[in-house]
Design a protein around this ligand. Structure first.
Ligand SMILES: Cc1ncc(COP(=O)(O)O)c(C=O)c1O
Length: 381
């Protein structure tokens, strides 16, 4: 199956009892056993639920993986992956990443004796000098949030194999429509399903996908033991969102390109960060590992003034000022004071998250309305 067919058919089972064309919402906490241990495959909904399982199978198929494991949020998925590790272990992470990921690494897991190194991964050679006998994991986001840097998944995969490291890729920005990290050498893919996968800004959920049976056993065990599972109603909503993933992503990419070109040529804009530009430092890698360039764009304003960034982000009509991304509606965000406020200012500035940086999640509205909205707002400066 190709991606559009998988988005609609993979993982779903029609019920034999009613013939319902889609997996129903199994709103149940437990399952009848005819004698102790004798059941139809389900015992308790923390351990397994048919609606959640349909979603998990769909995700595994979309990412060309074998096992999908869903969690109550993207953060719960990240939490579960780090729980594979033990005190004394070290993780090498990209330095440009979602603020909440940075926060869980530093505020939570650092206290439990796991050490995190943050480094720019645009050049994979940067990683080698940080690897020692305690290193267990490489953590990458690509494209990165919010600077839209591109990390070469294939090259990092080779480093991970050479040093026997678990290589994790956060595929939230790209989705499997644009990029399938497991095919390129990643061991684990993590998603905030809250974003493009759900696509309608109405559910918070996360997932992990992998091929390896031993890794998946550990992750299923953490899912069941720690219990950060999503409910069946939310699993149903994500399944429904996924059925149009390919259509939405196509439009996000088309609109994203037009908005990126518009911003690049606007006199009030300083820099525009979007991997589809030939001038993007890793454009050639983006072309190799992605099928298109997505609808996430960051930009800075001439003069780099915080007041100007606040004015722009709060004056738009169709780009709603809100955290999150990847929904059908366009969103605008000021990373320094919103999504990335958890990262200390000096650290943020080093990676480019300066005071006037604005991040757009370009939605699937009519592009003329989006451009006119941007034009009118930038005229206020
Ligand atoms: C790249 C990325 N990863 C993970 C997360 C966390 O996901 P959630 O908000 O579903 O917990 C986010 C949230 O914004 C994100 O942008």
């Amino acid at each position: 199956m190709k991606i559009g067919t998988k988005a609609i058919h993979a993982g779903e089972t029609s019920t034999t009892t009613t013939g319902s064309i889609k997996t129903p919402i199994y709103q149940t906490s437990t399952y009848v056993q005819s004698s102790p241990g004798d059941h139809e495959g389900y015992e308790y909904s923390r351990t397994g639920n048919p609606t959640r399982n349909a979603l998990e199978k769909t995700l595994a198929s979309l990412e060309n993986g074998k096992h999908g494991i869903c969690f109550a949020s993207g953060m719960a998925a990240i939490d579960s992956i780090i729980k594979i590790l033990s005190p004394g272990d070290e993780v090498i992470s990209t330095n440009d990443l979602y603020g909440g990921t940075y926060r869980i690494f530093i505020d939570i897991f650092d206290r439990f004796g796991i050490k995190f190194h943050f480094i720019g991964m645009e050049n994979p050679n940067n990683i080698a000098k940080l690897i020692n006998e305690n290193t267990k994991m490489i953590w990458a986001e690509t494209p990165t949030n919010p600077m839209l840097n591109i990390i070469d998944i294939h090259s990092l995969g080779k480093i991970a194999v050479k040093h026997n490291l678990i290589f994790v890729v956060d595929n939230t920005f790209a989705t499997p429509y644009l990029q399938r990290p497991l095919d390129l050498g990643a061991n684990i893919v993590i998603h905030s399903l809250t974003k493009y996968m759900g696509g309608h800004s109405d559910v918070v959920m996360g997932a992990v996908v992998c091929k390896d049976d031993i890794l998946s056993e550990k992750l299923y065990s953490i899912q069941n033991t720690c219990g950060a599972i999503p409910g069946p109603q939310d699993s149903f909503l994500i399944l429904r969102g996924i059925r149009t993933l390919h259509l939405r992503m196509q439009r996000h990419c088309e609109n994203g390109k037009i908005v990126a070109d518009f911003l690049k040529n606007h006199p009030k804009i300083d820099s525009v960060y979007w991997p589809g530009f030939k001038s993007h430092p890793n454009h050639e890698i983006a072309k190799r590992q992605m099928d298109d360039f997505g609808g996430m764009i960051s930009f800075t304003l001439k003069g780099n003034k915080l007041e100007d960034a606040k004015k722009v982000s709060s004056s738009m009509k169709f780009f709603t000022l809100a955290e999150s991304l990847g929904g059908v509606e366009s969103l605008i965000c000021h990373p320094a004071s919103m999504t990335h406020a958890a990262i200390p200012r000096e650290e943020r500035q080093k990676t480019g998250t300066v005071d006037s940086l604005i991040r757009l999640s370009v939605g699937v509205e009519d592009i003329d309305d989006l451009i006119s909205d941007l034009n009118k707002t930038l005229d206020l400066l």
